[in-house]
Design a protein around this ligand. Structure first.
Ligand code: TLP
Length: 343
């Protein structure tokens, strides 16, 4: 077979479109630390309206957005409840301990239908020995869960429990538009059940840089100070925000990534030595269990030799992510490459 490159490592690798580059070139900019960049201000206003919050803050990355949320919602020594596979726990370099000085309570299965009862069980009673719990972090879609959606009814139950106990709820919504597009509902169906939400422009939406953190006016005013403290005050950031504004117009395109992910999962499910539950492929992430003679790392290497790039996600798990720069033909090529290795 003629080798072609199909990069399924992540939707973070998407390249900006010509329309984004043109918008960046002619963006009207100013000093955003003084609040004077009109393009950043427009992006923040549009983003807030889109997710149904009072205000939003443009940040360089999803990680910074999540960390600012944790800093803003908590005090030193507080406890934060989150899923044991959540990005904030698993992939953010211990930021909550390093920056906010909080203790995390990872709960296995929080981001599932059992989430509400697991949250209740994780909540502590009042006791001199216990930390003060102030925040619950959710993730939608759930990356390590395989891009699965936490449906609005479950979020609503979790939110109600949190509010009864005076807790704040933050959603790592790096891919929340994937969830909304997949269910065919407005993203506010989800975001009504949280106090803050972070979403990324630089994943499936294909902007080169940037995420938004949204919440109440008071929350964003406080968050803005933490962004400055972390070095995230970006001056003429309208150059980047201009691409973000274009990205927000391309949300519906995510449906193509979901269709490609379903096709990929269906094809891989037919190959010997692989196991996938197609029902778990709800958006653009496909997690596959490698059960045959190859380890996950060996399969990843052999696919890479054929130009198909993907990631190991555990000793016997691999992750493949569909995105704007992967076409339906690329999926067929990746399937042919996997077949050649496994059959
Ligand atoms: N996820 C990346 C890696 O960090 C694993 C990926 O390739 O999926 N929340 C979620 C749910 C994410 O998946 C990511 C990125 C982030 C936050 C962080 O966003 P960035 O990369 O902008 O800091």
């Amino acid at each position: 077979m003629t080798i072609r490159t199909v990069d399924l490592r992540s939707d973070t690798i998407t390249l900006p479109t010509d329309e984004m580059r043109a918008a960046m070139a002619k963006a009207v900019v100013g000093d955003d630390v003084y609040g004077e960049d009109p393009t950043v201000n427009q992006l923040e206003q549009e983003a807030a309206a889109l997710v149904g919050k009072e205000a939003a803050l443009f940040v360089p990355s999803g990680t910074m957005g999540n960390q600012i949320a944790v800093l803003t919602h908590t005090g030193r020594g507080d406890e934060v409840i989150l899923d044991s596979e959540a990005h904030i726990y698993y992939y953010e370099v211990g930021g909550p301990a390093m920056l906010a000085g909080v203790q995390l309570q990872p709960v296995n299965g929080l981001l599932s239908d059992k989430g509400p009862e697991l949250l209740k069980a994780a909540l502590r009673s009042e006791d001199i020995h216990f930390p003060h719990t102030s925040l619950v972090c959710l993730e939608n879609t759930f990356n390590r869960g395989g891009g699965t959606i936490l449906p609005p009814n479950i979020m609503s139950e979790i939110y109600a429990i949190a509010k009864q106990r005076g807790l704040q709820v933050h959603v790592d919504g790096a891919r929340i538009f994937n969830a909304a597009v997949s269910l065919g509902i407005d993203v506010r169906e989800f975001t009504q059940y949280c106090d803050s939400v972070m979403f990324c422009l630089s994943k499936g939406l294909a902007a080169p840089v940037g995420s938004l953190l949204a919440g109440s006016k008071d929350f964003i005013t406080r968050a803005r100070k933490y962004r400055k403290a972390l070095g995230g005050g970006m001056r003429q950031a309208g150059i980047l925000a201009a691409a973000g504004l274009v990205a927000l117009k391309s949300i519906d395109r995510l449906a193509e990534d979901h269709a490609n992910a379903k096709r990929l999962a269906a094809g891989l499910a037919e190959l010997p030595g692989l196991h996938i539950d197609p029902a778990r492929v709800q958006t653009n992430i496909v997690i596959v269990e490698v059960k045959g003679r190859l380890t996950a790392a060996e399969l990843v290497n052999q696919l890479a030799e054929r130009g198909v790039k993907c990631s190991t996600f555990g000793p016997n798990l691999i992750r493949l992510v569909t995105h704007k720069d992967v076409a339906a033909e690329d999926i067929e090529y990746a399937l042919a490459a996997a077949k050649e290795i496994l059959c």
